[in-house]
Design a binder for this molecule. Structure first.
Ligand code: ADP
Length: 440
């Protein structure tokens, strides 16, 4: 059993992308845990006086070797902070390539925490509030199987199989099993019994079925003593209350307070998801200023970054602007065909990153970024090390504030939106919400 702690973080999280990290931090803050998100593994070992720490990595699509290395470094740093439980966070749509990196990172963390081949953990991407559910091991996005959802066309991690037991098994040497809905719906004692039965069969990784928040509650009780859990952000909603009940956590009412927002407002979108396409369209249809990036433009003739910044300077004083590479799947495919898939992504990320730096240099202090990889690239380029988590805009997306060397060390407010998240008016609604925060 866990013992009463003295100012040690309870939860140490390793997130495989930046929007996912803020999604997780958002859920912890909503559940009233004092939470800090760091960008990468902090260089110093200063002890943080918070309830939860989320280390944001950009390890979803990098080489498996590098993803394992960074995740283990994050683990060691969190262990030195004295955390009670480790949480490897991935996307609720289980975004991964056929090689991983979810499986290999899970396996490496288990080996170091429990010993080679030993121990037990769960795979729980479900987030019912965001309409991600798992039944008979199959992941659903709304009413569609993962493999029939927009995720099948993702530029970097197309998901073409909804069977998570099969997907996870292809990524790990350990044996993967299932805690099916019959056990989950019967409550935490039954779930624990199923964990034991699976371990008796040599299964050390179990996908768990989840269709509603009550299922997450039962799972959160069942995993209280498991040192490593792997999950999307949904499970985090249910954890804090379990610790509070056990007297391990005083819930904080001031966990989501940010400084007032200043400066110009901009949106940068590098996500090609269905939701981001609809959000870009909505912004443009409101007659607000938008600038499209064409990855096939002749770079010997056009300096796209310079063009975008010059354009931005003429519009920023009037309200939010949008700069986007977002486009429909068939156009992405033809661009990838011409440039190569990896090169196309890196090229677009590089342009958007340079534009983001330029925007901050000319006074943008409120920045909405759409796209997980895109957010990761931009936040790293802005030299941000740590973010405070503020109020939620939509499911999975909070406003955050950070200090960047590019903003002369003044606070920038950031919203990092994972591709599929956010209502259709997200790009305008975010700024309205932020400006209302300090005028209520
Ligand atoms: P999401 O959160 O929707 O998955 P990401 O930013 O993680 O979004 O991934 C989208 C990827 O697609 C990024 O690497 C981005 O650079 C790339 N991309 C964006 N626009 C284009 C485009 N027009 N052509 C090709 N690739 C693109």
């Amino acid at each position: 059993m866990l013992e009463k702690r003295s100012h040690r973080p309870l939860l140490g999280c390793i997130a495989d992308d930046f929007t996912g990290a803020s999604d997780l931090a958002n859920n912890l803050v909503r559940a009233k845990m004092r939470t800090i998100q760091t960008i990468g593994v902090p260089a110093d070992s200063q002890k943080l006086n918070v309830d939860a720490i989320v280390i944001a990595l950009k390890s979803r699509t990098i080489s498996t070797h590098e993803a394992i290395k960074q995740s283990l470094q994050a683990y060691e740093w969190l262990k030195a902070q004295g955390v009670e439980q480790f949480y490897f966070k991935y996307c609720s749509t289980f975004d991964s390539t056929p090689q991983g990196n979810i499986g290999p990172v899970t396996e490496a963390l288990m080996d170091v925490i429990y010993g080679k081949g030993k121990g037990f953990t769960i795979v729980c991407p479900a987030f019912p509030e965001a309409k991600r559910t798992v039944f008979n091991g199959h992941l659903f996005v709304g009413n569609e199987l993962l493999s029939e959802s927009g995720m099948r066309n993702h530029p970097l991690t197309p998901m073409t199989d909804a069977n998570l037991v099969r997907v996870m098994q292809a990524q790990t040497h350990r044996i993967v099993g299932l805690v099916d809905y019959a056990s989950v719906s019967a409550g935490s004692p039954e779930i624990r019994a199923r964990f034991q039965a699976l371990q008796n069969e040599g299964i050390t990784i179990a996908v768990v079925d989840v269709t509603c928040n009550q299922d997450l509650e039962s799972i959160a009780s069942a995993i209280a003593d498991i040192p490593l859990i792997t999950a999307g952000s949904g499970l985090a909603i249910s954890l804090p209350n379990k610790w509070r009940i056990r007297g391990l956590l005083d819930l904080s009412d001031s966990s989501d307070i940010l400084p007032p927002a200043t400066g110009y407002q901009a949106v940068i979108s590098g996500s090609c998801s269905q939701a981001s396409n609809a959000q870009v369209l909505d912004f443009c249809q409101r007659g607000l200023p938008s600038f499209a990036i064409d990855p096939l433009a002749d770079v010997s003739q056009v300096n796209m970054v310079q063009q975008a910044i010059t354009w931005a300077k003429t519009h920023l004083m009037n309200g939010p602007i949008l700069i986007y590479a977002t486009t429909q799947p068939d156009i992405v495919k033809s661009i990838q065909h011409k440039l190569g898939a990896i090169h196309a992504s890196e090229f677009v990320e590089k342009i958007l990153t340079e534009i983001a730096k330029g925007l901050v240099q000319i006074g943008v202090r409120q920045l909405v970024i759409a796209g997980g990889e895109t957010s990761g690239a931009i936040v790293q380029a802005l030299g941000i090390k740590q973010m405070a988590i503020g109020p939620q805009i939509d499911r999975g997306v909070p406003w955050m504030s950070a200090i960047s060397p590019c903003s002369e060390d003044k606070a920038i407010h950031l919203a990092l939106k994972s591709g599929n998240f956010g209502s259709v008016d997200f790009f305008t609604k975010s700024f309205t919400q932020l400006s209302s925060l300090h005028h209520d």
